[in-house]
Ligand binder design. Structure first.
Ligand code: XMP
Length: 521
């Protein structure tokens, strides 16, 4: 189905290779307006077919004077749709309209003070925005001489045309990045573009999303049966909850217990689903099978492969038991679609919650139901809350498919996993108690493959060491270690050493990514 028929109002983001395109889309959505990222070379005709209420031209790493620099179909400017050009998107449009774009005296990267030009009647883009505020710059070129129908709206000390407008073309350009939090008034500027310039009716709410998604799922699935793998993660839980609301007991959820889950993970997810949803829930107890397959294996990649393959085997066996199931539900979300280069409405080729190991066997031949394909993680969380899922499930930190196996360094056994599970539960418990769970992106324990000397009472001990890993990140590509208060670290350490038999030392991992990774294996 074409998205234009699904979404009354859409703002399209033409991507010039910006690292921030997804952030721009999320900022627009925070204004209850649907947005999507499309390649910058999309033709004006294709864009017109989507009937957008606004376009945003993203930033990008190129210089407009580079012969290979990405361009847009010039007819886009004739569509009469409001356009916001950000950084490269501004420079490209300024050049197209006859402005001069030149290298700045030096590349500007970092914060700058934006001064809104108060001598002009305030542009709708800057309504309610402070006359002076901090913005985030990252550019080498900038627009210098503007055509006569352009107005300079704001400047910084090094960039005289930090914001411009050409009202006749319904074009607004900003040299800084409104989508990053360092631009203090960025949210207001984007809200102004969405509401005051594009005149969005702001009706893309999660409530409306849920209502539409339920209708679509019913239309797709009819009276057929659907299966869905629950992993304990947010995406699969929300997908299952949504499908359950749509088709009730036609849905069967399968939770494969691989023995590598966190403490009480399966029980708590099962409790939520049984209490709130009319859903058949199968918990496949496969702990022994996974442990046997992993016995003596210490190479991380081999562990991943074994866990992935065993998962597929167990899941397939359980799926086959569900008579006549035709659909497989997946929690694929928008960043997965973008990252796999997938087209909207296309089918993800692999099973997501074990994306590192390939798909289900061909003979299962399921049709996919992916109700979250157009949502960012933040949207998914809001949908989860709308559906009545509890906060602690909706805000759960990501957990890797191979689970505790990649946090139990070297070969794993039931005993080492149990020990790690206890230590891990203490880390999370103390982080939650200190109100730091939302501020951190992942917090967990790692069981090190080494023992060290300690002293307890009068005796010498020679026991395990636990590393605590706690990171903050927005994209998981880079991450910084969390500056946890010493008191919280002290409590975590004392509790692990006192409560987890076999541990006499706790260390805190203070490595950032890169060069370290978040997981230890
Ligand atoms: P790294 O360790 O590469 O982790 O910095 C980045 C993010 O990916 C998660 N991760 C995985 N997730 N299967 C998964 O589903 C895996 O094999 C896997 N390895 C790492 C990790 O938890 C972090 O969020």
């Amino acid at each position: 189905m074409d998205a234009s028929s699904e979404h009354q109002e859409i703002i399209l983001i033409l991507d010039f290779g910006s690292q921030y395109a997804q952030l721009l889309a999320q900022r627009v959505r925070e204004n209850q307006t649907y947005s999507e990222i499309i390649p910058c070379e999309t033709t004006a005709e294709e864009i017109a077919n989507r009937s957008p209420i606004g376009l945003i031209l993203s930033g990008g790493p190129s210089s407009v004077y580079d012969p290979k620099a990405p361009k847009i179909d010039p007819n886009v400017y004739k569509l009469g749709v409001p356009i916001l050009g950000v950084c490269y998107g501004m420079q490209l449009t300024c050049k197209e309209f006859g402005a001069m774009v030149e290298p700045a005296i030096r590349r500007e990267y970092g914060p700058a003070e934006l001064v809104v030009n108060a001598s002009e009647s305030v542009s709708p883009l800057f309504e309610g925005v402070s006359l002076k505020s901090q913005v985030w710059m990252s550019h080498g070129d900038q627009a210098t001489r503007l055509p006569s129908d352009f107005t300079a709206l704001a400047s910084t000390s090094t960039c005289p045309n930090a914001a411009v407008a050409c009202e006749s073309a319904r074009f607004y350009g900003i040299q800084f990045h409104p989508e990053v939090t360092h631009t203090v008034e960025g949210g207001k500027i984007i809200a102004n573009f969405v509401s005051k310039i594009c005149k969005s009716s702001r009706d893309w709410t999660m409530k409306n999303f849920v209502a539409t998604a339920i209708e679509k799922i019913r239309a797709q699935v009819g009276k057929e049966r659907v299966i869905c793998g629950l992993s304990g993660g947010v995406d699969s839980a929300v997908a299952a909850a949504l499908i359950s609301r749509a088709v009730g007991s036609q849905l069967t959820c399968i939770f494969v217990d691989n023995g590598m889950m966190r403490k009480n993970e399966i029980e708590s997810v099962a409790k939520v689903f049984r209490a709130n949803f009319d859903v058949n829930l199968v918990i496949a107890d496969a702990e022994d099978r996974f442990l046997t397959a992993l016995a003596g294996v210490d190479d991380p990649q081999r562990k991943r492969k074994i866990i992935g393959k065993t998962f597929i085997d167990v899941f397939s066996e359980e799926a086959k038991k569900i008579d006549g199931a035709r659909f497989l539900a997946q929690g694929t979300i928008y960043p997965d679609v973008i990252e796999s280069g997938g087209k909207k409405g296309g089918q993800a080729a692999t099973i997501k919650y074990h994306h590192n190991v390939g798909g289900l066997p061909d003979e299962l031949e399921f049709e996919l139901v992916e109700p979250l394909r157009e949502l960012f993680k933040g949207d998914v969380r809001r949908v989860g809350l709308e559906l009545g899922l509890p906060e602690n499930l909706v805000w759960r930190h990501p957990f890797p498919g191979p689970g505790l196996a990649v946090r139990c360094l070297g070969s794993v056994t039931k005993e080492t996993l149990d020990l790690l599970r206890e230590a891990d539960a203490i880390v999370v418990d103390e982080i939650v108690k200190a109100n730091l769970y939302r501020e951190t992106s992942q917090a967990f324990a790692v069981l090190l493959p080494t023992r060290s000397v300690g002293v307890m009472g009068d005796g010498r001990t020679y026991e395990n060491a636990i590393a605590v890993r706690c990171v903050s990140t927005t994209d998981f590509m880079t991450a910084d270690w969390s500056r946890l208060p010493y008191e919280v670290l002290a409590k975590i350490s004392a509790r692990i050493i006192n409560e987890v038999k076999g541990v006499n030392r706790v260390v805190y991992d203070i490595s950032s990514k890169p060069p370290a990774t978040i997981e230890w294996e």
